[in-house]
Design a protein around this ligand. Structure first.
Ligand code: KIV
Ligand code: ZN
Length: 510
């Protein structure tokens, strides 16, 4: 059986999409999880995009072992390539991933250059990138809408200049599987290209990303580019877990495998949701909450007799396990640690202490602590953003006849602050206005979501908020059995996120 390399772009193409931005620390966590998952290449970011991206790529390059190649993206110009190399060069196995569009529509309306100029640019800057490292990936952006002969000319220029792998991106998710048949056939007819490894990178605008990627794998692709949960620009990229499990479950058909440890899939997917605050759609293949749930009686009956009646893969094969240990208020550190291990998490001591303390507080309010409660606690602590502002105490008066009011006292770096007072359209609005009053920040709420973590009267409320100061948005998450308190915690976490990202600048400009 042959192996196809998994190139994960969760931290680049995935992170690039609205709502999925991550801090450097969060990206490092995700990169370590991807390494454990067993992907071959991690595209850590686009260093020329922002100083933050540069720092994250450099930090990720510094922490990963030689099990994974770390790729940094660059456009075909000197500045991008210099920055990408500077950021990624400390990786054990660095790669420069350079790209330029080859379709006429991009040449005419975006790049404003002729085909000849494009070929010159490819020759010059692929050779420049190659002066830093032998591992050069060349991507022909919008390849699937490019003139096929010109596309092949572009690949030949890239390979002559030193590209070690060529990528076929379906940038706008336009291709049908058969388009890859034609492109790969053309490439394989060229003496210069036929032995060069090729890769595929599909977007999901027409819902074809995984099907197209698998077709390319069937045609011999050496690498397939994808993201966890399929996140990415617009409708997303090909979903890693779907590609990997297709190859596993239909191994006789594809005769191709990956080095991914499939039992890490659910854990990695959950980590991503925890970090970004964006849940996976319930009916999503492999990682959605319903992917292994059997609701209809006839299905349940079949599954009880023999799981294979309605399941093509076992939940265990993707790391979905039955709850074994149930926790309550008498559970100690040891049981809690075992529970985390059973769920696939091993936390450094300081973070364990914080989550354990939160668990004890919760256990006082809630009889049985479920896995979902623990996931919510982990999500609450995942950002490791310093809790500059914390809730001390509050009083809310809520009414359907008189104004809703809130008086709140916060602590800043452990010191009580003067009280904040405000009215609002409802109790939560009043609480948020009172926090603005106490901190002096002029913030608006741009998004508010609430859901029950589990069922039952003592269920925790999980609140996600997005606040805005000017154009910049910051997210926060809070959980508590009391939904007002969960909302206050989420709002304060968003403020702490803003203070962490802006540093002194946040405090100065009120
Ligand atoms: O979709 C695309 O074309 C890309 C390239 C940078 C590979 O993301
Ligand atoms: Zn892309």
């Amino acid at each position: 059986m042959r192996y196809v390399q998994i190139f994960d772009s969760t931290l680049r193409d995935g992170e690039q999409s609205p709502g999925f931005s991550m801090t450097a620390k969060e990206k490092i966590k995700m990169a370590l999880a991807l390494e454990l998952l067993g992907v071959d290449v991690i595209e850590a970011g686009f260093p020329a995009a922002s100083p933050g991206d540069f720092e994250s790529v450099s930090a990720i390059a510094g922490v990963l072992s030689d099990k994974c190649t770390v790729a940094a993206l660059a456009r075909l110009n000197k500045n991008d390539i210099d920055l990408a190399w500077k950021a990624v060069s400390n990786a054990k196995k660095p790669r420069l991933h350079v790209f330029i569009a080859t379709s006429d529509i991009h040449l005419q309306y975006k790049l404003h250059i002729s085909r000849e100029e494009l070929i010159d640019r490819i020759s010059t800057f692929v050779a420049y990138a190659r002066s830093f490292t032998d591992d050069i990936e060349f991507s022909a952006e919008d390849a699937t809408r490019s003139d096929l002969e010109f596309l092949v000319t572009a690949y030949k220029a890239a390979v002559s200049a030193g590209a070690s792998i060529i990528n076929i991106p379906d940038t706008v998710g336009y291709a049908a599987p058969d388009d890859f048949v034609r492109i790969v056939k053309m490439i394989k007819e060229e003496d210069l290209l036929k032995n060069v490894p090729f890769s595929v990178h599909c977007h999901n605008d027409l819902g074809m990303a995984v099907a197209n990627s698998l077709e390319a794998v069937r045609l011999g692709a050496d690498q397939v580019e994808c993201t966890v949960n399929g996140i990415g620009e617009r409708a997303g990229n090909a979903a890693l877990e779907e590609i990997v499990m297709n190859l596993k479950v239909r191994s006789a058909y594809y005769d191709t495998d990956t080095r991914v440890d499939t039992r890490q899939i659910i854990k990695t997917s959950k980590l991503l949701s925890m970090i970004t605050g964006i849940k996976v759609q319930p009916n999503k293949a492999i990682t959605g909450a319903n992917a292994f749930a059997h609701e209809a009686g006839i299905h349940q009956h079949g599954v009880m007799e023999n799981r294979a009646t309605y399941e093509v893969m076992s939940p265990e094969s993707v790391g979905l396990t039955e709850n074994v240990i149930v926790l309550g208020k008498h559970s100690g550190r040891h049981a809690f640690e075992e529970k985390l291990q059973e769920m696939g998490f091993s936390l450094p001591k300081e973070r364990f202490d914080t989550v354990f303390a939160d668990f004890k507080l919760l256990a006082d309010k809630k009889k049985v602590i479920t896995d979902k409660d623990i996931e919510a606690l982990l999500k609450n602590s995942i950002s490791e953003i310093p809790k500059t502002y914390r809730l001390d105490r509050y009083i809310i008066s809520s009414s359907n006849m008189l104004s809703n009011t809130c008086c709140i006292r916060l602590k800043k770096n452990g010191e009580p602050m003067p009280e904040g007072n405000a009215m609002g359209g409802g109790p939560i609005d009043a609480a948020f206005n009172a926090i603005n009053n106490a901190t002096g920040f002029e913030l608006t709420l741009s998004e508010y979501k609430i859901e029950a973590v589990t069922g039952g009267a003592d269920a925790q409320g999980a609140v996600s908020v997005r606040i805005k100061r000017g154009e910049a948005a910051y997210k926060g998450y809070g959980v508590d059995p009391n939904i007002i308190e969960a909302s206050i915690k989420a709002y304060l976490n968003a403020i702490n996120n803003m203070v962490f990202q802006l540093g002194e600048a946040a405090e100065a400009a009120r």
